[in-house]
Design a protein around this ligand. Structure first.
Ligand code: NAD
Length: 287
């Protein structure tokens, strides 16, 4: 018995990197997989339908779960619809969606162009919306399912030179929090994933930022994601899970300080006088 026997998963951006590792592991656990990828280079400037096809062919050759390729651009409404329709046509249902597709167009904020900003927000944030909408509507009427949305330490903690990417990734975490509340009564579980792995997206960043740790390959992230989408995670929802070599596998949460509530009108000086309650006392390191 595989962990995902008889399940159907859609994985966006699964023609390489993390998505490919998820697709192959899910299929090896008995899942039928729709391998979506627009193809093209890391900055999202082109198309290459062979990327998704190669992964689907490898899965079908391995002979456990089945796969089809889909070349939709998930940053459009039409792309999201086509992806969902292909899943229904090929496999008759959808149990799992992993929103994973992404691009990178880094730059320090003072040099950020409108094109850099718009393209990154469109693929990550709007893409998550476009791929999720038809699937969520379907899951709502068909007994539920699991959705994993890919955020990043850049959005949840911060990273130099990635205001566009960080904004999109923090937006995805906010989207997930709200969607998981709406999905609860329909048995739809929604997770935020913050992965870290050596892929084409990160291969030169490691060197550029002088990281002191060796990143995991995508195959080390995939079992964590399999846990999230399988019955092993029970009824867990609305959680952020990080999976990376530097943070290991752990939940991440937003905490509030003790706080101070004025009994009536107050001054800025009163806030300063109560700073030890308003703010966390120790400057706890997030990374
Ligand atoms: P990757 O570049 O190997 O994979 C991203 C895939 O998305 C590519 O195959 C690309 O062709 C596809 N894609 C891009 N735009 C698309 C579109 N409009 N429609 C369909 N497919 C599209 O990079 P990866 O590292 O495997 O990244 C996967 C996800 O994980 C991304 O969302 C990324 O932001 C996130 N992430 C990665 C890391 C890391 O350390 N690698 C860290 C944090 C978050």
């Amino acid at each position: 018995m595989g962990l995902l026997d008889k399940k159907v998963a859609i994985i966006t951006g699964a023609g390489g990197g993390l998505g490919e590792a998820y697709a192959k592991l899910f299929a090896s656990e008995g899942c039928s997989v729709v391998v979506n990828d627009l193809g093209g280079p890391r900055d999202g400037s082109g198309k290459d339908a062979t990327m998704a096809q190669k992964v689907a062919d490898a899965i079908n050759k391995a002979g456990v779960g089945k796969a089809i390729a889909n070349g939709s651009d998930i940053s459009t409404m039409e792309g999201g619809e086509t992806l969902f329709n292909d899943a229904i046509k090929a496999f008759g249902k959808v149990d799992i969606l992993v929103n994973n597709a992404g691009i990178l167009r880094d730059g320090t904020f003072a040099k950020m162009t409108e094109t850099q900003w718009d393209s990154v927000i469109k693929v990550h944030l709007k893409g998550t919306f476009c791929a999720t909408l038809p699937v969520f509507k379907y899951m709502k009427d068909h007994g539920g399912g699991v959705i994993v949305n890919t955020s990043s330490g850049s959005g949840l903690i911060g990273n130099f030179g990635q205001t566009n990417y960080g904004a999109a990734k923090a937006g995805i975490a906010g989207f997930t929090r709200v969607l998981s509340i709406e999905g609860r009564k329909y048995n739809i579980r929604v997770w935020t994933l913050a992965p870290g792995a050596l892929t084409r997206m990160t291969e030169d960043l490691q060197e550029r930022r002088g990281a002191s740790y060796a990143p995991w390959p995508p195959e080390m992230i995939a079992p964590g994601v399999l846990y999230m989408v399988s019955d092993l995670s029970g009824d867990q929802t609305n959680k952020i899970m990080t999976v990376s070599s530097n943070r290991g596998i752990r939940e991440m949460k937003i905490f509030m300080a003790e706080g101070w509530t004025p009994k009536g009108p107050y001054t800025a000086q009163d806030v300063a006088a109560n700073a030890s309650k308003v703010f966390f006392r120790d400057d706890a390191k997030a990374q």
